[in-house]
Structure formats: structure tokens, C-alpha cells
Ligand binder design. Structure first.
Ligand code: GLU
Length: 419
């Protein structure tokens, strides 16, 4: 029993066990690597527009502090709980280590459906959450960022709230801010650009032409929409997309630039077209060259893994595939090229790191510089994962996670156990 009990934490723990067995990590060393260093739960009261008071539960979990500050997004969703946040923090650790960032993983969130709040209420809740977190975060302790249900505006409110308490602007307390408030060029696009870049690396490995290939994308938030657009710009026919309001399917390819505009102005895919409706459940098993789950955790179970009909599985979301599904994917690794989440969506935190560095130095880069460096980091990680999977004859998830876990373990070993 731990305070993190729940299906998502259990999934992160199971994944870790698989890697720990593969790396032959002694039993007594495992808890130190897996269990989060700190978890904070706070109550965030706000005044509702109708004059009543409402209280929302907020969390922040900092997984390990061995390599530098912790880093990770903040999720606003009704489903958020401590176990989910802890699992997401653990995944951030393996992700940051895999791509070589000087961070441990963190994640935070509030259990709230943000669409149920007015803009004023959302601002009040965002500010109150950051204010409650002030004793536990800092530019050299824990640096927040966006995740599902949060955006640049919310990061600006976080930054402003923290800064007001410090009596000076502390831009480096959060990343994913608007460029007008100390954000970096290319952060908003970073995750989707990274996903599409890695898809083209996978296609090269498979000697598959992306021009004319087909793709299906689940989730049309920041990650899904930009991934779809980037793939579209590479000549890929995006035949299906979905979000929480429904799914669209057009075998000849959807008009992705128009869909992105629609989603930006309406907040979702709803109302775009009645013609191209698809059961959202069916999107993941559509035959396509590239499948991108870019929504929530645990959408691919063992049964679905056996029914996947894609050539490349690019995990834009965190944790979309269960450990049981992984066993199937491991067996199907000649048929399906997996780009595991901690590699696939790492472009976001890579550019967050660039934002933090620029904020600390007060020296800002051109967008081309940001993109060039992002792709350089992703290429290096992709090559390392490929080499490891070939060397040990394991599938890409095992290779990627093993590299991440090994680096954290190595740092802990070198630093030693205090006192
Ligand atoms: N929330 C994103 C993730 O899961 C980004 C984190 C960050 O930029 O710090 O990777």
C-alpha cells in the first residue's frame, strides 16, 4: 500500500519492474528509484461567479532531486488524482534522463474540469494553486509547465503569481509561457514537431515514404493538433482525428489546417462536419501507416494491441499503452515500430529546458535555433534507443526506459546515499 494507489501508478510501477528485471537491479535498490521523493496535496478555495465558495484539490509530485530541479507539467482534468500525478512524475524522470536534461521528473494537477469554469474562475484557481505551491517550488527546485487542460495563459498566471510574491519577475519558475511573458519561440509547437520528426526517423528506418502515407491521430489538443499539422505538411494523409467530443474520418485525407483553425476558435472538433463521423473507439484500430495516440493514459490494452493495424505507433500521450499491451507489442515488434512515449513526446520538455535556460540567461534564441537544437537532442536519443534495441534484441520501450532508468540510477550511485 502507498498513498499513490490507483491504476495509473500501478502501471508505472509494473513498467518499472519489467525494466528493473531486465537491468538486474537488486530488489533493495528499486524502492529508492521508483518511489517519489515528495508529494504535496493542497486545497484551493475560490469564489465562484455566483458568490458561492468552491474548493478544488490540487497536487504536485516531485519524483527525484538527484540530477537538478524537478520538471513537469500541470494537468487540469476531472480525473486527476495523486496516483495519476505520481505516475506522470515518474515518467517525466525517465523522459528527462533519456534525452539528457539535468532534471528529475515532476507533475502536478487539479481535479477539475476546466471547461466548467468561467475565465475569471479559471484565473482565480490557477493563481491560488500556484500560491499554495510557493513553499515547494522554485526555479532551482521544481519548474512547472503545461499539460492536459492547461495552456500558455495559465502559465502566465502562475508566473505572475509567483513573481508578485517574490517582488520581482521570476520568468524561470514555469515554462510554456507566452513569448510576450518570457516564453521561448517554438515551445507551443515543440511536442507536435518532435512527434512528427521522430515519425520521419522511424519511416526512414523502415524505408517507408511519408509522402502519401496515412495517419490517424487520437486527441486534438496541443500535441495532437500540431502533430497532425506537421504530418500533413510532410505530405501525410491524416485520415482520422478525434477528441473528447467525437471523431472524424475521411479516407482521402482530412483538411487539417482547417480543422486546426476550427479547434482553435471553437475549443474542440465539435460542429466541424456531420459527414465524416466515426465512432471514436474505432480510430485506434483503423488501418493506417502512422497511429498517434495523443490523448490520455491506458487507451491501448492487450486486446487492442493485437488488433492494431498501423506500421508506426507514435505515442504522443504519456502512458497510452498498458504493460499487458506491451507484451503484445514486444511480440509484434517486426510489424509495428513503436516510438515510446518518453521519447516520442519529449520535444515538449526539451524545449521547456531551452526556455528555462534562456530565462536564466536573459538571452533569447531565434526559432530556427530552438528547432535545430530540439531535433539534435531528439536524433541523439532516437539513435541511442535504436542501437540499444538492436544490441539487446528488445523492443523500443524497454530500450528507452532502460536508458532513462540507468542514468538516474548511475547518478544516485555516484552521489551516494546521504548521510
Ligand atoms: N507536460 C509535458 C510532458 O508531459 C511537458 C512538460 C514540460 O515541458 O516540463 O512532457
Amino acid at each position: 500500500m502507498t498513498v499513490y494507489n490507483g491504476p495509473v501508478f500501478e502501471m508505472a510501477a509494473k513498467q518499472f519492474e519489467v525494466i528493473a528485471d531486465y537491468l538486474s537491479i537488486p530488489e533493495d535498490e528499486r524502492g529508492r528509484l521508483l518511489m517519489p521523493k515528495r508529494a504535496v496535496a493542497v486545497s484551493c478555495p475560490i469564489h465562484r461567479d455566483d458568490g458561492t465558495t468552491a474548493v478544488f484539490e490540487g497536487y504536485r509530485v516531485q519524483h527525484h532531486l538527484t540530477l537538478g530541479p524537478t520538471k513537469g507539467g500541470t494537468r487540469f482534468a476531472a480525473s486527476v488524482d495523486l496516483g495519476e500525478v505520481a505516475a506522470l512524475a515518474i515518467w517525466m524522470s525517465w523522459k528527462c534522463a533519456l534525452v539528457g536534461l539535468p532534471y528529475g521528473g515532476a507533475k502536478g494537477g487539479i481535479s477539475v474540469d476546466p471547461s466548467s469554469l468561467s475565465r475569471r474562475e479559471l484565473e482565480a484557481l490557477s493563481r491560488r494553486y500556484m500560491q499554495e505551491m510557493i513553499p515547494f517550488v522554485g526555479p532551482h527546485t521544481d519548474v512547472m509547465a503545461p499539460d492536459m487542460g492547461t495552456n500558455e495563459q495559465i502559465m502566465a498566471w502562475f508566473m505572475d503569481t509567483y513573481s508578485m510574491y517574490q517582488g520581482q519577475t521570476v520568468a524561470e519558475i514555469v515554462t510554456g509561457k507566452p513569448v510576450s511573458a518570457g516564453g521561448t519561440l517554438g515551445r507551443r509547437e515543440a511536442t507536435g514537431r518532435g512527434v512528427a520528426h521522430l515519425v520521419s526517423r522511424a519511416a526512414d528506418e523502415l524505408r517507408m515514404r511519408l509522402n502519401g502515407a496515412t495517419a490517424a491521430v487520437q486527441g486534438f489538443g496541443n500535441v495532437g493538433s500540431i502533430t497532425a499539422l506537421e504530418l500533413h505538411n510532410k505530405g501525410v494523409k491524416v485520415v482520422a482525428v478525434s477528441d473528447h467530443t467525437g471523431a472524424l474520418h475521411r479516407p482521402a485525407g482530412l483538411d487539417i489546417p482547417r480543422l486546426v483553425e476550427h479547434a482553435a476558435s471553437r475549443g474542440s472538433l465539435e460542429g466541424y462536419s456531420k459527414e465524416h463521423g466515426l465512432d471514436a473507439e474505432d480510430l485506434l484500430s483503423l488501418p493506417c501507416d502512422v497511429l498517434v495516440p495523443a490523448a490520455v493514459e491506458r487507451v491501448i490494452d492487450a486486446k487492442l494491441a493485437s488488433n492494431l493495424r498501423c506500421r508506426i505507433l507514435a505515442e504522443g500521450a504519456n502512458g497510452p499503452t498498458t504493460p499487458e499491451a506491451d507484451q503484445v507489442l514486444e511480440r509484434r515488434r517486426e510489424e509495428i515500430f513503436l516510438i515510446p512515449d518518453i521519447l516520442c513526446n519529449s520535444g515538449g520538455v526539451v524545449v521547456s529546458y531551452f526556455e528555462w535556460v534562456q530565462d536564466l540567461q536573459r538571452l533569447f534564441w531565434e526559432e530556427e535555433e530552438v528547432m535545430r537544437r530540439e531535433y539534435q537532442v531528439l536524433d541523439r536519443a532516437f539513435d541511442q534507443v535504436s542501437a540499444r534495441s538492436k544490441r539487446d534484441n528488445v523492443f523500443n520501450r524497454t530500450a528507452a526506459m532502460a536508458i532513462g532508468v540507468e542514468r538516474v540510477r548511475g547518478a544516485k550511485e555516484t552521489r551516494g546515499l546521504f548521510p
